[in-house]
Every structure is written in C-alpha cells, then in structure tokens.
Design a protein around this ligand. Structure first.
Ligand code: KG4
Ligand code: ZN
Length: 330
C-alpha cells in the first residue's frame, strides 16, 4: 500500500504525518508554538520560522518512529507550498525537498486550504458538487467544489478573517491568544445583553472588522462610564452575530449553487456553537463537520490532499517556490 510522508509548517504548527492510501493514519505529530506566541498576543513570524527550524527534524523523525516505517517505505513526500507565513512555509519546503532529493522520492506541493478541505475525507465520502465553508485565522472563504480538481471562491472576507476577529475581540477582553476557544467557552455562560451590529455586505462576501470595532467601542464606552464589561455577555453577543453571518451566507450560497455535500473546515470549524447552528439549519445535503483535532493545522490534512495528486502523478519540481499568497483556484 502506498504511503505519503507529509509536512505542514505554514503558520505556528510544525507537523509531520504518515498515511497510507486508505487514509489510515500511521502517525501524526504536531508541535505547536501557541504558548510562545501567546505571550505576544499573536503569531510573530520571525519567532515562528526559528521554531520551525528547531523542530522540523525532530518532528519528522518522531513521525517515522511512531509509524514504525523507514524512508524506504515512503512513496512520496508532500508539503504545504502555500499560502501562509513565507519564512514558516520555507522551512517545511526545504525539509520536504531535502528528503525528496536525498531519498529520490516524488514531491507533492499542497495548497493549505485543500488540506483543510480534504481531511474531511477521513469522515465521509465526498459527493460532488460540494460547498466548503473555510474558516480559520487567515481565511474566511466559501468555496464551490465542482469536482476534486475544480475550486471556485464564491465568497471571501473583505477585511479580517473570522478567526482573526475572534482573536482580536478576545484581546479586547484580555482573554489571551488564541481567542477562538476562549470566546467559545465564555459565550456558553453569556446571555443576550449587548447589542452589536450585523455586518451588511452584498452577495456572498464577508466583513468582520466593523463587528470587531463595535466590540472595541463598547468596551471603551463602558470603561468611560466606569461600568464593568461582562466578558461572557460580549462573547455571546459577538459570537451570535459572527456565526449567524457564516450560517446565512452558507445558506445563500446553497441557493445559488445547489450542492450535494456541505463541509466546514479550518480552526473556527471547531467552534461548538457554529457546529450546532450548522447541524440545525443545513438540511437536504450531506453535512460534514470535522472534530477539533482535524480543524486546526496538522500534517494529516496535507497527506489527505496529497493522495489525489499521487494518484494522478501530479508532482512538483525541487525548485518550486513557496508562496505566501496562493489562490485555491489555480
Ligand atoms: O486553521 P487554524 O488552526 O490556523 C490557520 O490556518 O489560521 O485556525 C486558527 C484559528 C484561530 O484564529 C483560533 O482563534 C480559531 O481558529 N479557533 C476558534 C476555535 N478554535 C480555534 N475559533 C472559534 N471557536 C473555536 N472553538
Ligand atoms: Zn490552517
């Protein structure tokens, strides 16, 4: 059975996984830098790159040991070619190319968001056409997927990504980084008390910076008036507005683009309230929502996407450049 060794290093996780072609996970090792970046309230690119350099060989070695395989058993090396932090991407790219060159293995360059999408194949068979709601720290995208080779962005954010706005609003409340899981938890204790404006954007696009600013203005106003901000209530209010926008745009997209499967992907897909709203309201299609461990960055997702390329013999050369900005449509 064919095996892929995959590397992910686009942001602040250094990860390596080994999967076989039936998508059995032989190993999946993730080293996260969250604790280090948390001190600064967000990811510091230079620190991320340096930590990838320190971790990458150890992580690859651990993945091989845990899978109990040697490089001779590996049929291809896959890595995240973009988008992401350029320094971070570069480290994973150099590691993957070195392995491919030294052991004479084909090299597969994977788009990070395709990884977030195709990891859902661990949970269900995809029935095309599909709609993916990709929501993470760097992305808010509605992607229409006609077949496994055809991706079309039909909606995107005009300013902040939804995960980014979670992180920034959490910062306003002094909750620390990453804000998503903290707001998710606090909102469960919150009630409908604060009023926040729903972003108004035509079509299938999104905007979250106005909502973030409304949270900031509210916090400042309360402070000026000597009143205390209730973090649970603001978490509740922010989340209800942000997530209903995601839900309503998804429903609108389903009207314009009839699909058989709807999937969620990316870090924010781990949100418990989003999962609840999607299960309640998305009807008449196969709905696939990944569990937490498949939502945040890992290398299993890169391997899942890479098997499609391996089957087609779609490889990249050793001089392929990493790309910080890269469209899923190409
Ligand atoms: O996909 P991911 O791990 O990295 C990127 O590619 O960006 O997503 C990270 C983002 C962060 O903004 C984090 O706050 C958010 O996902 N996140 C969540 C939750 N867990 C992680 N947002 C809302 N609710 C959560 N439970
Ligand atoms: Zn990601």
């Amino acid at each position: 059975m064919k095996k892929i060794l995959a590397i992910e290093s686009s942001c602040d996780e250094t990860a390596c996984a080994i999967l076989d072609e039936k998508l059995n996970i032989l190993s999946s090792v993730v080293s996260t830098q969250i604790d280090v970046h948390a001190r600064f309230g967000g990811v510091i690119p230079e620190i991320a790159s340096r930590m990838h350099v320190e971790q990458i060989s150890i992580i690859v070695d651990n993945a091989l040991k845990q899978a109990d395989v040697s490089m001779d058993d590996i049929d291809a090396i896959a890595y995240t070619v973009g988008p992401g932090l350029i320094g971070s991407l570069h480290i994973g790219g150099v590691a993957a190319k070195t392995l491919a060159f030294f052991y004479d293995k084909p090299l597969i360059g994977v788009h990070h968001l395709k990884g977030h999408i195709f990891i859902n194949e661990l949970l269900a068979d995809f029935e095309y056409p599909m709609l993916a709601l990709v929501v993470s720290g760097g992305h808010t995208e509605l992607v229409y997927i006609e077949n496994e080779d055809s991706f079309k962005i039909i909606g995107t954010t005009l300013d902040d990504a939804v995960g980014e706005s979670y992180d920034k609003v959490a910062r306003i409340m002094g909750m620390g980084y990453p804000g998503g899981p903290k707001i998710d938890k606090a909102a469960k204790e919150g009630k409908a008390h604060y009023q926040l404006p729903t972003p108004k954007v035509d079509g299938l696009n999104f905007s979250f910076s106005g909502l973030k600013n409304a949270c900031l203005q509210l916090a400042k106003k309360l402070e000026r008036n000597g009143e205390e901000l209730n973090n649970n209530d603001l978490s509740y209010a922010f989340q209800e507005v942000a997530l209903n926008v995601l839900l309503n745009k998804t429903l609108k997209a389903m009207e314009e683009y009839p699909v058989k499967t709807v999937i969620t992907a990316g870090g924010v897909a781990a949100n418990s309230r989003l999962r609840e709203l999607m299960s309640e309201k998305i009807k008449g299609v196969k709905l696939v929502q990944p569990p937490l461990k498949y939502c945040t960055d890992n290398a299993t997702m890169i391997a899942c996407a890479a098997f499609h390329d391996l089957k087609k013999g779609k490889f990249v050369s050793l001089d392929t450049a990493s790309l910080s900005d890269m469209s899923i449509e190409e």
